[in-house]
Design a protein around this ligand. Structure first.
Ligand code: ATP
Length: 576
C-alpha cells in the first residue's frame, strides 16, 4: 500500500464526525500530541485493552512446553521515586538525541535517528548530506530527491527546479570545505564560476544511514528548510517533569512515567513473594505513559500521552530464546486474529546495529499505515537479558535475585555435611540468579489506530429504494467493534418500538448495544456501518406474527431471521 494522504484525511474526519477521536482540548485550539477518545473511540480502545488483558494475562496460550503459563497483573503508580529513572537510564541517559535547525523562521526540531541522510560525493570525498525527515533511502521522496539532485532525464519540472536549488545550496556549503577544494581544480587554473560548474558536474548522491551516522551535523541540510544549519545531536530528555508536594524545589522533582515497564520491574519481588509464583512467569500491565515527543504526528501514532500494554516475562537464561520465539509469535498472531490483514502487518527482526546494547534480539511487529510508505512499529518484542533487574538490584540495594527452591530441595543432599559448600552453592547458579526478561511492549493507541485504518472501507449498499449507494463502513472484527448490535423497529408504531426496546434491554446486560427508533431504515443502517456495528436487528411486521427478527450482517449485507428470544445467544456465539 502506498502512502495515501486522502485516506488518512478521510479517516481522521470520520473519527471526529462519528466520535471516535477528537483533538485534545479542542475548544481552546487543541494541544499538540494530545487526543481525546469520544464515545465510540473509548469503547474501541477499551475492547483492545480488555482483549489484551484477557488473552495475555487471564487466559494466555499454553507455553512452548505445552504447560500452562503463569501470568500476573499489576497497576503501578504513574509517578514513581525519581531514583527509578536514574536506575533505568532515563535520567541523564542516552535517550533520543535530537537536532534543531538554527535558521531563523525554521527552528525545526528532529529526532536524529529519524533524519535519513543521502551522501553527496565528489569523487570519493563526501562534501555534504541531504537530510530527509522520517524517510528512508527507498521511500518515494528519497527516490525523487535523488533523481532531482542527479538531474535525471526523467525528472519532472518541479524536481528539476528542486534539484537545481539543492545543488546550489550544497555547492555553496561545500565550497567552504577545505577537503572539497582539494579535489577541485585550484583557483589558479580555473575561474570561480568554472570551479562551480565542475563541482556541479561531478556531484553525485548516494543514500546513506541516519543522521546519527554522520560525524558533523552541519554538513547535513535541514529536512524542513534545506539550509545547512542543523545543530549537533543533543541529548533530549523525553520525560515530563513535575513536583511532588508543596515545594517546587530540586528535591521535590519527579517525572511522569514514560513507560509502564519500570513499574513492573520495581514490583518484581512483591509479585514473587505474594503470589508464590515460580520462574518462568510474567507480569502484565496496561497504563498511561507520557513522553514529551519532539514531533508528535500522524494522528495518534506519535502522541505525547498514550497507553501501553506491556509484559515482562521472567525466565531462566537457558530457556530465554525459546520464550522469545514464543512471545514473538503469540503477539503477532494476536493482531492477525483480531483482523489485521497479513499484508499490512509484518514481523521484522531488528538488525544487529538497531539493537540496544543490552538486548540480544528484538522483533518489531509493524503495520503499513496509510500515512507512510514504510512499515511502522506497533509493538516491540525484546530479549532484554537481565539488564533491568541488574540495574534495580544495584541502585536500590535490594536483592532482586530469584532462588529456585524446588531445584535446591532436589539437590540439597549433595551438600549434606558441608555447610559452607551448601551456603556458597545457594548463592549461585543454578539455584540463585537474576532472571532474563522477554518484553512484549505494545501501544494501545497505535493498535487502535491500526484497527481503525484496517477497518475503513468504501463500498456500495442498496438504499431504501433498492438502488446502490456509496457507503463508508468500518469493518471491525466483531470482538473490537465499539457497538456489537443495533436494534431498530421498522416503523415507530404498531408495538414495534416497545418490542425493540425490550430486546435492547435484554441485550445490553451482556454487551454494548444501541437502540435507534427514528428515521429511514437505510439511513439507520448507514450510521451503524460508519460506527462499525457488525449486526443490525430489526423488529418488523413478521416479528409480531411469528416472533422472529431480521439480523443484517454489516459486511455481507445478508439477512437472516432469528427467534427473538435467541438473539442474545446468537450474538454471543458470534462474539466469542
Ligand atoms: P518509536 O521508535 O516509534 O518512538 P519506541 O521504540 O520508543 O517507539 P517503546 O519505547 O518500545 O517505543 O514503546 C513501546 C510501544 O509503545 C511502541 O511500540 C508503541 O506502540 C508505543 N509508543 C511509544 N511511543 C509512543 C508515542 N509517542 N505515541 C503512541 N504510542 C507510542
Amino acid at each position: 500500500m502506498a502512502a495515501d494522504a486522502t485516506l488518512m484525511e478521510k479517516l481522521t474526519a470520520l473519527c471526529k464526525r462519528r466520535g471516535f477521536i477528537f483533538p485534545g482540548s479542542e475548544i481552546y485550539g487543541g494541544l499538540g500530541g494530545f487526543w481525546d477518545y469520544g464515545p465510540l473511540g473509548v469503547e474501541l480502545k477499551r475492547n483492545v485493552k480488555e482483549l489484551w488483558w484477557r488473552d495475555m494475562v487471564l487466559n494466555p496460550p499454553t507455553g512452548p512446553d505445552g504447560k500452562e503459563i503463569s501470568m500476573q497483573g499489576i497497576d503501578a503508580a504513574l509517578i514513581m521515586n525519581p531514583k527509578v529513572w536514574e536506575a533505568s537510564g532515563h535520567v541523564g541517559g542516552f535517550r533520543d538525541p535530537m537536532v534543531s535547525c538554527k535558521a531563523e523562521g525554521c527552528k525545526a526540531l528532529f529526532r536524529a535517528d529519524q533524519v535519513a541522510v543521502m551522501k553527496c560525493l565528489i569523487g570519493s570525498t563526501i562534501v555534504a548530506h541531504i537530510g530527509l525527515e522520517a524517510a528512508s533511502k527507498d521511500s518515494p521522496e528519497a527516490v525523487s530527491l535523488i533523481r532531482a539532485l542527479n538531474d535525471d532525464p526523467q525528472c519532472t519540472k518541479q524536481e528539476r527546479r528542486r534539484g537545481k536549488e539543492l545543488r546550489r545550496a550544497i555547492r555553496d556549503a561545500a565550497l567552504e570545505h577545505p577537503a572539497v577544494r582539494q579535489v577541485l581544480p585550484t583557483q589558479g587554473q580555473l575561474a570561480e564560476d568554472e570551479i562551480e560548474e565542475t563541482f556541479e558536474r561531478s556531484l553525485r548522491t548516494e543514500p546513506s544511514g541516519s543522521l546519527l551516522s554522520v560525524e558533523d551535523a552541519s554538513t547535513v541540510s535541514c529536512p524542513r528548510c534545506g539550509k545547512f544549519t542543523l545543530t549537533e545531536p543533543r541529548e533530549f530528555n523525553l520525560m515530563f517533569e513535575t513536583h511532588v508536594g508543596a515545594l517546587q524545589a530540586a528535591s521535590s522533582k519527579a517525572y511522569l512515567r514514560p513507560e509502564t515497564a519500570q513499574g513492573i520491574f520495581v514490583n518484581f519481588s512483591n509479585v514473587l513473594d505474594t503470589m508464590r509464583v515460580k520462574i518462568p512467569f510474567g507480569i502484565g500491565q496496561v497504563g498511561k505513559a507520557l513522553r514529551n515527543e519532539i514531533n508528535p504526528r500522524n494522528f495518534t501514532f506519535r502522541s505525547r500521552e498514550f497507553e501501553q500494554m506491556e509484559i515482562e516475562f521472567f525466565c531462566h537464561p537457558d530457556t530465554a530464546m525459546e520464550w522469545y520465539d514464543f512471545w514473538r509469535k503469540v503477539r503477532y498472531d494476536w493482531y492477525v486474529n483480531l483482523g489485521l490483514k497479513s499484508e499490512n502487518l509484518r514481523l521484522r527482526d531488528q538488525e544487529g546495529d538497531e539493537l540496544a546494547h543490552y538486548s540480544k534480539c528484538c522483533a518489531d511487529i509493524e503495520y503499513l499505515f496509510p500515512f507512510s510508505d514504510e512499515f511502522q512499529e506497533l509493538e516491540g518484542v525484546a530479549h532484554r537479558g537481565n539488564y533491568d533487574l541488574t540495574k534495580h538490584h544495584e541502585h536500590s540495594g535490594k536483592d532482586l535475585t530469584y532462588f529456585d527452591d524446588e531445584l535446591w530441595q532436589q539437590d540439597a543432599h549433595k551438600y549434606k555435611g558441608d555447610k559452607d559448600a551448601a551456603k556458597k552453592a545457594k548463592r549461585e547458579m543454578p539455584y540463585r540468579y537474576l532472571p532474563t526478561v522477554i518484553e512484549p511492549s505494545a501501544g494501545a493507541d497505535r493498535a487502535t489506530l491500526a484497527f481503525l485504518c484496517e477497518a475503513y472501507t468504501e463500498d456500495e449498499a442498496p438504499n431504501d429504494k433498492g438502488q446502490m449507494d456509496k457507503r463508508v463502513v468500518m469493518k471491525f472484527h466483531p470482538k473490537i467493534a465499539p457497538i456489537k448490535a443495533a436494534f431498530f423497529p421498522l416503523v415507530n408504531k404498531e408495538g414495534m418500538p416497545e418490542l425493540a426496546q425490550q430486546l435492547y434491554r435484554d441485550a445490553k446486560q451482556h454487551m454494548h448495544v444501541f437502540l435507534d427508533v427514528k428515521g429511514a431504515i437505510g439511513r439507520r443502517y448507514r450510521r451503524q456501518d460508519e460506527a462499525g456495528t457488525p449486526f443490525c436487528i430489526t423488529v418488523d411486521g413478521d416479528t409480531l406474527k411469528d416472533g422472529t427478527v431480521t439480523i443484517r450482517d454489516r459486511d455481507t449485507l445478508e439477512q437472516v431471521r432469528v427467534a427473538k428470544d435467541q438473539v442474545v445467544s446468537w450474538l454471543k456465539e458470534r462474539l466469542a
